[in-house]
Design a protein around this ligand. Structure first.
Ligand SMILES: Cc1ncc(COP(=O)(O)O)c(C=O)c1O
Length: 379
């Protein structure tokens, strides 16, 4: 019989919670009405949508009218940034080169096609951004916006979004934060944070793929992302995927019901992983300062020619992880995040990102260590 896969790639995606599947199946099989229909089935579907939205708004500390359902974080980021330029007169966007490609590629598009000025805030070798530099960049810069994520998806570095938001307010700049890696894993009261926009993605917190949220602070005007209907305040036309929305709300609700226990579990796991890896692999390098409890990014002091195949070899041993930096998982490019950090002498070293979920166990870490011991040169 095949051994079950040891899944240590929860920053990429998470498995669906069984209760989420149950609620989604019920909608798919029984509550299939179109929320725009006025008959009973339609009204039931509408009620499911709005109950889900209320639940998520209460958890995130925002008004229901401030949450717009999207197909995920990539769509939400594209919409928010493009709208800021086309509709809110933003001419300068300050961001970090360590952002997710959803942000970086949208900024590249806006710079090339709309002539938007993109400014990059500096960071140190541990991936922490330089707040003094951010303040300098915002000085005397009207019509500016800041796009900086909460938790970095490759290193787990937590950006101080409260301080960043306060700086933005002092300089009358808008602020968007990609909260994909923190949502459902820490208490995120968006309404109390100095944020104008935030984005979430359900598949990162044991919900379904293809669904996410844009938080748009009350009073901010948006152009529709999709024309064609009155759905989502007329900002995103098209018949709603009710089962996805119900699944997303159920996943966020479950994550918050168990937040304290989950955090304690993940923190203990991360500590265990650090101690096991330090014990068995002398001289390893930890990428990223004080990473969030779900993520570790590690470089090994092994020959660079092992880098391209490390993730592949772990996969053959039944361990699913992501690449940490250079030339892995079939890519010939180094990670853009680690390339911005350092130290540069570690960039070509074999490295991995491991990321934990609520079902990860210490035995999964033990299996990883064992597989790595087999791969270690002269191991
Ligand atoms: C930090 C971050 N932002 C954005 C995204 C894109 O999210 P989605 O898959 O919902 O488009 C991801 C997913 O990989 C992510 O980790």
């Amino acid at each position: 019989m095949n051994k079950p896969i040891v899944y240590l790639d929860h920053a990429a995606t998470t498995p669906l919670h069984s209760e989420v599947v149950r609620q989604m199946m019920e909608v798919l099989s029984s509550d299939f009405g179109n929320p725009s229909s006025t008959h009973q089935l339609g009204r039931k579907a509408k009620q499911l949508m709005e109950t889900a939205r209320k639940k998520m708004a209460a958890i995130l500390g925002v008004q229901t009218s401030e949450l717009i359902v999207t197909s995920g974080a990539t769509e939400a980021i594209n919409w928010i940034l493009k709208n800021a330029v086309s509709h809110l007169s933003i001419r300068t966007i300050v961001s970090s080169k360590m952002e997710h490609h959803a942000t970086l590629h949208t900024l590249e598009y806006l710079s090339q096609n709309q002539g938007v000025q993109i400014l990059w805030v500096r960071n140190n070798e541990s991936g922490e951004i330089d707040l003094n530099h951010l303040a300098e960049l915002l000085q005397n810069r009207p019509a500016a916006m800041v796009a900086i994520m909460h938790v970095n998806n490759e290193t787990g570095v937590v950006n101080p979004i409260e301080q960043i938001g306060t700086l933005c307010q002092q300089h009358q700049a808008l602020f968007m934060s990609d909260c994909v890696q923190s949502a459902g894993k820490m208490n995120l009261n968006l309404g109390q944070l100095p944020l104008d926009f935030a984005v979430l993605s359900a598949h990162k917190f044991n919900g379904p793929k293809g669904i996410g949220l844009a938080y748009i602070k009350k009073g901010i005007s948006m152009t529709p992302q999709l024309h064609g209907g009155e759905q989502e305040k007329g900002w995103r036309g098209g018949t709603e995927a009710v089962h996805q929305v119900v699944g997303m709300a159920a996943a966020l609700d479950l994550a918050h019901q168990h937040l304290a226990d989950n955090q304690a579990h993940l923190t203990a796991l991360q500590k265990y992983a650090i101690s096991q890896l330090n014990t068995h692999f002398e001289g390893i390098h930890w990428n990223g300062a004080d990473p969030f409890c779900t993520i570790l990014n590690i470089s090994f002091p092994w020959p660079a020619d092992m880098a391209p195949l490390l993730v592949f070899r772990l996969d053959l041993s039944g361990i699913a992880v992501s690449r940490g930096s250079a030339c892995q998982s079939g890519s010939s490019k180094p990670s853009h995040v680690l390339a911005e950090m350092g130290p540069s002498n570690w960039l070509m070293a074999p490295s991995i990102r491991i990321s934990f979920g609520v079902n990860t166990q210490k035995t999964d870490i033990d299996a990883l260590v064992e597989a790595l011991l087999h791969l270690k040169p002269n191991g």
